[in-house]
Design a protein around this ligand. Sequence first.
Ligand SMILES: [Zn+2]
Length: 253
Amino acid sequence: MMQIVPLPALSDNYIWLLRQGNQAIVVDPGDAAVVMNYLAAQALNLNAIWLTHAHYDHTDGVAALKQHYPQCQVAGWSEWPEVNRAVNEGSEFEVFGQQVAVWHIPGHTADHLAYVLTDSAGQQRVFCGDTLFSAGCGRVFTGTMAQMFASLQRLNSLPENTLFYPAHEYTAANLKFAQAVEPDNPAIRQALLQTATLPTLPVSLAHEREINPFLRTSQPPVIASVVQKGLSEQQSTEPLAVFTCLREWKNRF
Ligand SMILES: [Zn+2]
């Protein structure tokens, strides 16, 4: 049975570690020591590193891990440092009894990737980096608002029991914003109470559909809030315009 373990790292990152038998994979290791300590304590070997994007808090541990585990494969775009297993949209492979599909989900960065796992029972799990967070989404840096919106829509097209494994513990702050957008949403209020216990992740898509304003751009209370923030009535019928207004509001929140 594959297990998935969150390794807290830096100030608010999670390095997700997948393990089966004595083998392990890590996603976005921003800190090598955190990973090496766990691997040593659990007598695990590092098979692979999967990268979602090349920001330092996701990649700073890669060089040291590769030096310590020279046979370890580093998956990502071929242009990224240390990558020796080039993947991109449509790449597929199998590991720990899971079918893995790589998706290109631009927005946070223009080259952001996700790793979409499907187990033998059909359960899907997504390592989505800095694209979808619980109750939020990543900032738009080198991608565009339209790309980020389309990437979130694509993630939102998965079955509702899909589990997401974002790379940051931002849930409490995101829920405060979500509550400012939808003060009367009981699911947001309930989710805020649950942020006392960490980690708040993974999260299901069904849950995100109830609380994440960036997936709720067609909901009347969300539209009413962005109109109050200055979006015209006409633009408020366009989900991308609602999304963009929300993202800019969150940047200042
Ligand atoms: Zn990032």
